[in-house]
Design a protein. Sequence first.
Length: 223
Amino acid sequence: MARTFTEKIARARGILFDLDNTLYPREKGVFDRVNERIDRFVSVLTTLPPPGVKDLRRDYVQRYGTTLCGLMENHGVQPSEFLEFVHDVPLTDLLSPDEALRDFLSRIDLPKVIFTNASSSHAVRVLDALVVGDQFDGICALEAVGYRGKPHREAYRMAADLLNASADDTLFIDDLDVNVRVGSSLGMKTVYVGAEPLEEADLVVSRVVDMAEHLTGVEWFRG
């Protein structure tokens, strides 16, 4: 008999949370601003017109996992320069304290780590804007994984190490289907924050706080 989501995660020892478009709704527009600045960075670097920028980014994501990895490999881009530029967005204009998110996180009695393809400074700024930084036990940002983040499999293992947990004991939450698929392939229990079904995910929710209704009876979640 297939196990329920609750049964699958009952023995979890830690949780990896994605940051952008996972802790807050996509409609907040933060990542749209970041994407615009990535396009601008690539355009200035390569002098490509907008369609060429889109094509190059698509190619780099397919071949290297992220735009940044492609830029580092083929253009010698310094990752710190790239990250500082693309994350220069007005977070306090776009995000505000989220009491519902804070309440949800506070009810989880497990180690919680942010696992993001953003910089550590961007992660801290987002957490500060949402006023939930004290709810997390660590941040696994791009600097911590040698700038080879999701969906590179080694990045997942390094993030899980911060939880002192194996992949099998880790719950992973993300809004990108490719990232969820890799997490599932490593044995992690996965939650996809999205609008469409995803076969590889153990649970699909439209907002991360909607997970609460699926955690009734789980010992590490205060109900």
